[in-house]
Design a protein around this ligand. Structure first.
Ligand code: SAM
Length: 289
């Protein structure tokens, strides 16, 4: 492999193509071989795996993925990187690069076409400015995902893992835990990237549940309840839900449901487990009908 994982080789490629970083695209390229090896290990990639990568950059992580997996599909937004990727990935015949905004792509259709909707692994050093929308759209598109192994801002990795009672517990923690088991694998210092990000990073693996961990009558409604419960963090759960335009129940009924569940009427959303949110949403939904 014509390795890119060092400051020298990355700078050489950037200079060869006169490439300048676009801050608006969250471009922080990995230059540390140990971190790249760590990501591939964390993703547990085998020769049978089809891998989706978001944001290949100049192809540093992509080269490792091509070496470890069966096939790699990489989606890159910045068209200036496309000729560079054609060069750095030229010795691999198991990779395809698509130039597109991942948030505007029909990923399900693409995976159906490229991998007959068989299970895939997602591996990426994500652009930090859109990490949460990317994760949510991956889950909501119901892709046949086995796991998602991603580099994210450290604080966000912590949030995904948190449970009730913590100040970092919120809608993202619940959404991630509804779909997957999150595990922070290791932390990554700013010195592992060019240019260096201002924040610490971490690699997190989300192992997607094979079956849903809670019983929910209406998934979209559950997420409406969760969003409403955390929209106004300092309000009680009852007031958060009462003020939500898409939950059409009067305050008295909301309080009744909360008390039926054996919770105090003044409870805050951040105290409820995923299981309790599922029960709450099922009960509220029933009353709305
Ligand atoms: N994978 C490379 C690495 O590890 O060195 C680059 C990672 S860099 C943090 C994020 C990459 O995502 C950049 O190449 C950036 O251009 C790309 N990107 C940003 N927004 C994107 C989007 N909406 N869709 C697809 N790629 C995007």
């Amino acid at each position: 492999m014509a390795g890119l994982a060092s400051p020298g080789s990355t700078i050489a490629v950037l200079e060869k193509y006169g490439f300048s970083f676009q801050k608006k695209y969250g471009q922080n390229f990995l230059i540390d071989r140990h971190i790249l090896e760590g990501i591939v290990d964390a993703a547990q990639i085998s020769r049978e795996d089809f891998i989706l990568e978001i944001g290949p950059g100049i192809g540093t992580l992509t080269q490792y993925l091509c070496e470890a997996g069966r096939e790699v599909l990489a989606v890159e937004l910045d068209r200036k990187l496309i000729p560079i990727l054609a060069d750095t990935l030229s010795s691999y015949n198991n990779v395809e690069v698509i130039c597109h905004d991942v948030l505007k792509l029909d990923l399900s259709g693409l995976i159906a076409e490229k991998n007959a909707s068989r299970p895939i692994k997602l591996v990426a050093n994500l652009p930090y400015y859109i990490t949460t929308p990317i994760i949510m759209s991956l889950f909501e598109s119901h892709l046949p995902l086995e796991s998602i192994t991603i580099m994210v801002q450290k604080e966000l990795a912590d949030r995904m893992q948190e449970g009730p009672g913590s100040k970092d517990y919120g809608a993202l923690s619940l959404a991630v835990q509804y779909y997957a088991k999150p595990e922070v694998m290791f932390q990554v210092p700013p010195s592992a990237f060019i240019p260096r990000p201002k924040v610490g990073s971490a690699v997190i693996r989300l192992t997607c549940h094979k079956s849903c961990p809670v019983e929910v009558s209406d998934e979209a409604y559950l997420f409406r309840v969760i969003r409403a419960s955390f929209n106004q963090r300092r309000k009680t759960l009852t007031n958060g839900l009462k003020n939500a335009p898409d939950i059409r129940l009067p305050k008295e009924q909301i309080t009744e449901v909360i008390e039926e569940m054996g919770l105090p009427a003044t409870v805050r959303g951040e105290m409820l487990t995923l299981k309790q949110f599922a029960e709450l949403s099922n009960r509220l939904r029933e009353r709305e009908q």
